[in-house]
Design a protein around this ligand. Structure first.
Ligand code: BTN
Length: 328
């Protein structure tokens, strides 16, 4: 671990308390000059560190910023992480990286503080304001059959729910297939995309993009009543901690995806099962009333139409041009 990371750990553990330069030097076994340089680097990263003569250093307060050091300090899986302040879309960035020649053996992870062109399913925009969300993408070279993209989205949804519940005292539920809800409001969306190999023109890697609304931000009026957040105030949890847990949980479940271990939990968390829904194929605004019955073994949603010419008919829906609203 670098001196900067070790110092950050020490200051975080003693948040608000002064620690003398001498005590830090002895604990980290480095010179006072190294500490001074590490403090300067942490300040460059945005940490507010107060230094006082005869008292030492203390972490006064800091914005809820995302840093590679703080995230990787809590990551237990093997991966390569980059964090950016502003990008168009973390999925676009990783799609470019994965399409470029290279072995890409270790998962690539990319996080942004803000996206100017965040994308959701069905060509929708994903609002990604600065400082209040977590926008994270994974670039993977899966060893499983690439047509399991739906499973990847489902496993990622379960993993993200687990991560959220580790960090916040809330219950995270899934709306088939890729949305996470808390208290009946959408707090997270997942977008899985295939990447074409630059050399052979085939899809051989995947990008999983996860967008989480952490704290209240500036949502446009059309989604303000549907979108929720994990917490009300940025002091309630560190986005870096959430990022680390999302990385740990997603990579752990992707590793065992073929065991379908996540399926049972997905069904349990999928709150639309047994409830009336409306199916909106081809962007049809009115939608067709139906009941959501179960999740099929291939990940499709089994529904029964409850009105119209197809009343009583059962069908298994797969991802694509279908969106679902809750209630009749
Ligand atoms: C949806 O709600 O339909 C899916 C939203 C996925 C948003 C995430 S944020 C990180 C990654 N980058 C993007 O442009 N989209 C995904």
């Amino acid at each position: 671990m670098s001196t900067k990371s070790e110092l950050l750990k020490l200051l975080t553990e003693n948040r608000g308390e002064f620690i003398s330069g001498q005590a830090i030097a002895a604990q980290l076994d480095v010179s006072r000059n190294s500490i001074w340089k590490a403090v300067a680097r942490l300040k460059e990263d945005g940490y507010l560190i107060e230094s006082r003569t005869n008292a030492g250093y203390r972490l006064v307060s800091k914005d809820n910023i995302l840093t590679v050091d703080e995230v990787m300090h809590n990551v237990t899986r093997n991966c390569s992480l980059e964090i950016f302040d502003t990008v168009t879309s973390t999925n676009d960035l990783l799609k470019e990286k994965m399409a470029a020649p290279g072995p890409h053996e270790e998962p690539l992870v990319c996080i942004a503080n803000r996206q100017t062109g965040g994308r959701g399913r069905l060509g929708r925009k994903f609002e990604s304001p600065a400082g209040t969300g977590l926008y994270i993408s994974f670039g993977l070279k899966p060893t499983f059959d690439i047509d399991k993209a739906l499973f990847v989205t489902m496993a990622s949804a379960v993993a993200t729910c687990r991560a959220i519940e580790k960090i916040c005292p809330i219950k995270a539920e899934i709306k088939w297939v890729n949305d996470i809800f808390v208290n009946e409001k959408k707090v997270c969306g997942i977008l899985t995309e295939g990447v074409t190999n630059f050399e052979n023109g085939k899809i051989d890697s995947l990008v999983i993009g996860i967008g989480i609304n952490c704290f209240p931000g500036s949502f446009p009026p059309e989604i303000a009543d549907k979108a929720g957040t994990l917490a009300q105030d940025p002091s309630e949890f560190r986005r870096s901690m959430l990022a680390a847990e999302v990385i740990n949980e997603v990579l752990a479940l992707i590793d065992v995806i073929e065991t379908r271990e996540f399926f049972k939990e997905y069904r349990k968390r999928c709150f639309i099962l047994g409830r009336p829904i409306r199916i909106h194929p081809n962007y049809n605004d009115i939608g067709i009333p139906a009941a959501a019955l179960d999740i099929a073994d291939d990940g499709g949603l089994i529904v029964e139409y409850t009105d119209g010419i197809d009343k009583g008919k059962r069908e298994t829906l797969h991802t694509g041009e279908i969106s679902i609203s809750i209630g009749h």
